[in-house]
Design a protein around this ligand. Structure first.
Ligand code: PLP
Length: 553
């Protein structure tokens, strides 16, 4: 590991500061000296972010158990510490043992690298420490957030200029809700769907006031359900739990050979639920499945939702920004028919962690969850806190605003196109390699494959279903081992998942998962990753697993 020297000030590393009012004033008012540890790091980050990341954020091979020992004291320190001493601790125990998610070879998760300008701009955001719950604590940040939500709404729904002029800053309307991520965005969408389903009606004051038990009695339902394909994100189960629908009532619909929701099965599922007096709160389409990257047939799903009378939500947490690409946008056709759409900013909008959004086709939909409080959220104000599940919220929208302006639609288009094209090129590379099996041909920029030597692949092709099960079990163990060893080696990283495969009669199979989102990843990086996996497959442990297949012959 390379180490850029950081100049350290001369304080004794065991020295303790004293708790005094004077010293407390100091930490609020006096910046760190440029030659102190924190000052030097600060400068290094400002001068050379990439250098800081590549030199420092490399996971040192140390067990989690050993790391836990550095974080085992459960007492709040009694006596203060000097900032420099504390910073030493952070560098050594935290930074050095964090994960280098911005490395070009880290292609296993949805963690995207940050453009350099995010650091100084996020510092402005942190320094101002605005609270978006209301205008009294955010002023210009509130119109900015409304504008960002409007831009995202425009990306999805493409309404005309008059529509946005009427709604963008209208105190009675909200085009969406800015929240901490895709999970909160999905919960917010389904919260609105649920409350709209049980609006006030005669003596019934609505679910929001009377609660779920009265709402069910009033409407005559036995249960409620959320309907989504088997590739639905687990946040939908959390939503079902939080909203009183119940995790068992996230009804999972089978997928076709391309991992997209089976429309016939969806229709049948909805008909069955209705005949059983189950209220369908929402049908959820996926635009960029977390595991496979596939996009559901949104237009057809919207028609089914309309027939059934259910809210249609599209979870585009990952895939939404594909709408910036003229080339790949048609894949998301039908998204404009959704009642609500989730898009994560901390994924393919390249904004720091903690930024998600949900937009609603109807600018009055969020009225279903509107909340007022006299001291803080007065009815008729433009405060965005009226419509958010969260209370106090940071000014993260500023960073989305920054990215929209500094990268621009055309800049995003280039990044998205490159990501998809790299995923397709990697798929061809895998297909051409005799010892790998391509499992999911990428529709967007996520793909799945596994190690399967050529001879094993041809055996699988002619094997009975029972034989396939035995062979797949051996391959599962070999692939798990390869993935773990690759992760431990720390040079590159792909993740691993397991899902049922049409080509093996629905048998679940363990596969590598690749998320192509780092503009710095090259075809050379991808070649290196495959070569490393081939080398790992030749190691004794994996060879021993694979040799079990010889005994079966
Ligand atoms: C990432 C993701 C989520 C959850 O988003 P968080 O930001 O992790 O809360 C939901 N749905 C899909 C499809 C996702 O990819």
């Amino acid at each position: 590991m390379k180490h850029t020297p950081v100049k350290i000030d001369s304080t004794d590393s065991h020295a303790l500061a004293t708790a005094s009012l004077e010293n407390l004033y100091r930490i609020f008012t006096v910046p760190e000296a440029p030659n102190s540890t924190l000052g030097a790091i600060d400068k290094e980050i400002s001068d050379n972010l990439m250098g800081f990341l590549t030199d420092r954020i490399v996971a040192r091979e140390r067990s989690l158990k050993a790391i836990e020992a550095d974080f085992s004291d459960s007492d709040i320190p009694e006596v203060p510490q000097f900032v420099s001493d504390y910073t030493e601790f952070v560098l050594d125990k935290l930074v050095a043992q964090s994960v280098h998610t911005a490395a070009p070879g880290f292609i296993g998760h949805m963690a995207t690298p940050l453009p350099h300008f995010m650091l100084p701009l996020s510092r402005i955001m942190v320094a101002l420490n605005q609270n978006l719950v209301k205008i009294e604590t955010s002023k210009a940040f509130t119109p900015l957030e409304r504008q960002v939500l409007g831009m995202l709404h425009g990306l999805v729904y493409e309404r005309n200029a008059d529509f946005y002029a009427d709604n963008l800053h209208n105190s009675r309307r909200a085009l969406g809700s800015f929240c901490s991520g895709g999970t909160t965005a999905n919960i917010t969408a389904l919260w609105v769907a649920r409350n709209q389903m049980f609006r006030p009606d005669g003596d019934f004051q609505g679910l929001a006031r009377e609660g779920i038990a009265n709402a069910m009695l009033h409407a005559g339902y036995r249960k409620l359900a959320i309907v989504v394909s088997e590739r639905g994100h687990y946040s939908l189960s959390k939503a079902a739990d939080v909203l009183g629908i119940g995790r068992n009532n996230v009804i999972s619909v089978p997928t076709d050979a391309r991992s997209k929701i089976d429309l016939k099965a969806l229709r049948a599922t909805c008909a069955r639920l209705q005949s059983e007096q189950v209220g369908i709160v929402s049908i959820v389409g996926i635009a960029g499945a977390t595991e496979t990257g596939q996009v559901d047939p949104l237009t057809e799903m919207a028609a089914i939702a309309a027939d059934v009378g259910a809210h249609f939500h599209v979870d585009a947490a990952w895939g939404g920004p594909t709408l910036m690409s003229d080339t790949y946008k048609p894949i998301l056709k039908g998204i404009e028919l959704a009642d609500s759409v989730t898009i994560d900013a901390h994924k393919q909008l390249y904004v720091p962690m903690g930024a998600g959004m949900v937009v609603f086709k109807d600018p009055q939909a969020l009225g279903a969850v509107e909340h007022h409080a006299e001291y803080i959220l007065r009815a008729g104000s433009k405060d965005l806190g009226q419509y958010s599940m969260e209370g106090s919220r940071p000014g993260m929208a500023m960073l989305v605003h920054a990215a929209f302006h500094i990268i621009g639609r055309k800049g995003y288009e280039i990044i998205i196109d490159q990501n998809v094209e790299k995923a397709k090129a990697f798929a061809r590379m895998i297909d051409a390699h005799s010892d790998f099996e391509l499992i999911t041909d990428p529709e967007l920029n996520i793909l799945n494959y596994r190690y399967a030597p050529a001879a094993v692949q041809s055996r699988l092709a002619s094997a009975s279903s029972a034989e396939q099960m035995v062979i797949n079990d051996v391959l599962d163990r070999a692939n798990k081992r390869i993935q773990k060893q690759q992760r431990a080696a720390g040079k590159t990283f792909v993740s691993r998942t397991r899902f049922s495969q049409h080509r093996y009669g629905g048998q679940p199979v363990s596969v590598f998962r690749v998320v192509m989102a780092n503009p710095m990843t090259t075809l050379e990086t991808l070649r290196t990753i495959l070569n490393e996996q081939c080398d790992l497959a030749q190691r004794d442990g994996t060879r021993a697993i694979l040799s079990e297949l010889d005994a079966l012959a």
